[in-house]
Design a protein around this ligand. Structure first.
Ligand SMILES: [Zn+2]
Length: 276
């Protein structure tokens, strides 16, 4: 951070910083004059001594294309937290955030990795989406990732069925006037529509010796758009699966498994940022 009295133009910033002593590890300077902010890149002549004159200066963003935000709720050391703020700043090339601990960081030309999360709801909040965001909120070793929910209301798949069979007594499913039964209670057989995944269909076959009509509600099967995609599948029990830019976790995925899936997507989509 540098406060200056000179105008924040390319010429005067270059003149101000070129040859000026800079710390051996300094590569970027957020420059402020009053409320105006610019972003400058510098290269010290020699990174061995504590300070050396700036050998080169690159003006990265001028005040007209830079936004400075005070967001004490944002940990600026976590790229995905910065990305959450930056995606709302349309048109700003440099988004500088003064966040938690009064630390300052920025995204220049923010282009976070957008990962769609497909799953069925309820419950609310959508579990995988919520887990993935909680993982990203702590992921200071991952590139900036923004999640884009693709949530499918399970009752929207029930069409006009009057009797439905659900995998279990789910939380908050609105059934209207439908008659509902739950597969995990192994009810007496009826003429129902099964709202379930492939695993539920296998259980139905085991219990009743026949298949059941009804849509496949597995999020992996419901996802419509191309990846990068994070979703879950009823058939995975204890491992995640990575297929190109699709990461699939088990229904009861741990936060660590969700993290592994996000790391795999980041590695596939942006090699420069991904952890080894
Ligand atoms: Zn599945």
């Amino acid at each position: 951070m540098a406060r200056v009295e000179v105008p924040l133009t390319a010429e005067s910033l270059t003149e101000h910083f070129l040859g000026r002593e800079c710390y051996r590890r300094t590569r970027y300077v957020v420059v402020r004059n009053g409320d105006a902010t610019a972003l400058v890149g510098v290269e010290p002549t020699d990174s061995d001594p504590l300070f050396s004159p700036a050998a080169s200066v690159e003006v990265l963003a001028l005040p007209a294309e830079t936004t400075y935000l005070r967001r004490p709720d944002i940990d600026t050391g976590v790229p995905s937290q910065l990305a959450k703020v930056a995606v709302g700043q349309h048109g700003a090339r440099a988004v500088v955030v003064e966040g938690r601990y009064s630390h300052v960081s920025f995204l220049l030309d923010p282009d976070p990795l957008r990962v769609r999360v497909c799953e069925v709801v309820p419950p609310h909040p959508a579990k995988l989406l919520d887990q993935a965001q909680r993982v990203l909120d702590l992921a200071d070793d991952l590139p900036p990732v923004v999640l884009e929910p693709e949530l499918v209301e399970i009752e929207s798949l029930a069409a006009d069925a009057e009797v439905v069979l659900l995998p279990c007594r789910g939380s908050g499913i609105r059934l209207g006037n439908r008659e509902a039964y739950y597969l995990d209670e192994r009810p007496a057989e009826r003429d129902w529509m099964l709202l379930g995944c492939a695993r539920s269909r296998q259980l139905h076959g085991w219990f009743y010796g026949r298949g059941a009509p009804g849509p496949d509600t597995c999020p992996r099967a419901l996802a419509r758009e191309p990846g990068p995609l994070l979703t879950k599948c009823c058939l995975l029990e204890d491992r995640i699966e990575i297929d190109e830019d699709v990461a699939v976790v088990p229904w009861g995925a741990s936060l660590e498994q969700v993290r592994q899936a996000l790391v795999a997507l980041a590695r596939r989509c942006d090699l420069a940022w991904a952890p080894a």
